[in-house]
Ligand binder design. Structure first.
Ligand code: FAD
Length: 303
């Protein structure tokens, strides 16, 4: 990008990075190397996912605790309410508050039978994310982000029902929505127009998924209702045995998507890192950005 292009597209971009709690020593090493590498980009915040039904409460808690105590990164914890009473959720929230969490990404969570099975509200629990947001607001003192689904949530009858739910979450206190990943920016733009027409004015931050493996992503995407456009098959065609070329294509695709969204006026992006730094670093590098911590001229990611 030329200097001029940079000033209109990439200079004022802000990024958040999503991690998941590691399940083994090796995965923990991988995560902390990734955190170190990505810290250089001075993200707006980082977030750590939370297993539905409390399955990763301890790993999530210890991960956010370490991020808060050992790094300067503003840290959000995801929180789900599936399979828990309101009282249990409150205890979890207070535990997270005690290690310094001030920002939650509040989610309902997938049904306990896994994605695809019918969601059953838990007796004495919150029945959806909007109720959880209201509960968190009552507990007080938290910034609250929520999810949004440009291609609708698989359980929603239509996009309108999804936007109704988003409105309820925002009315109850959410100040930002992070979207499910998507690859068609036109779909996102149409969704955003409908969200704004519904009177929702909080930032809707696109979720960007740099593609580590297209075949695996297709499996996952079909479960969460995200479409994989045909152009991605073309971009990755013939690269199955060429990991280096695949990574270059993946970083180019993600950077092109961000650049196009930036041209459409978007300035905040949530990157699904899968606990790996290389693709994220290459994506941001392709945008002509330099890690702020290394930039001499102060024109880094968060400038
Ligand atoms: P809600 O906002 O409550 O509902 C989502 C949509 O589903 C609504 O728009 C609504 O229209 C529809 N809907 C909900 N209930 C019903 C119903 N009973 N009948 C018909 N329609 C219904 N999951 C985790 O387990 N841990 C995480 O850390 C996590 N992080 C995520 C982060 C992001 C940015 C996103 C986008 C998703 C994340 N998820 C996570 C996945 C999420 O938990 C699932 O998609 C879950 O199924 C819905 O949770 P929600 O908060 O989006 O639900």
């Amino acid at each position: 990008a030329t200097e001029e292009q940079e000033s209109v597209t990439t200079r004022r971009l802000r990024f958040s990075f999503e991690f998941f709690p590691p399940k083994s020593e090796d995965m923990a090493d991988q995560l902390w190397k990734t955190v170190e590498a990505l810290s250089l980009w001075t993200p707006d915040f980082v977030s750590v996912t939370y297993g539905a039904g409390g399955t990763t409460r301890e790993p999530t808690l210890s991960t956010v605790k370490r991020l808060i105590s050992e790094t300067a990164l503003p840290t959000a914890s995801h929180l789900t309410c599936v399979g828990a009473t309101k009282d249990e959720v409150r205890q979890v929230v207070e535990q997270f508050r005690s290690v310094g969490v001030k920002h939650f990404v509040a989610l309902r969570g997938d049904p306990q039978g896994g994605m695809g099975s019918a969601y059953q509200p838990y007796p004495g629990g919150y029945s959806n994310a909007a109720e959880l947001v209201a509960g968190l607001r009552e507990m007080g003192g938290f910034e609250i982000s929520v999810s949004a689904y440009p291609e609708k949530h698989p359980e929603s009858p239509d996009v309108a029902a999804d936007i109704d739910m988003l409105k309820r979450k925002v009315d109850n206190g959410a100040c930002r929505a992070l979207t499910q990943f998507f690859f068609d920016n036109d779909v996102f733009e149409r969704y955003l127009e409908r969200v704004r027409a519904a009177g929702i004015s909080v930032p809707i931050v696109p979720g960007i998924m740099p593609i580590q493996n297209l075949t695996q992503l297709k499996r996952f995407a079909s479960m969460c209702g995200a479409t994989i456009p045909g152009f991605l098959d073309d971009r990755f065609a013939g690269l199955d045995d060429q990991p280096k070329a695949r990574a270059e294509v993946a970083a180019a695709v993600a950077a092109e998507q961000i650049e196009d969204l930036a041209r459409r006026g978007i300035s905040d992006f949530h990157l699904y890192t899968m606990n790996r730094s290389a693709l994220v670093t290459a994506t941001l590098g392709n945008l002509g950005l330099r890690p702020r911590a290394l930039a001499d001229d102060g024109a880094g990611a968060a400038a």
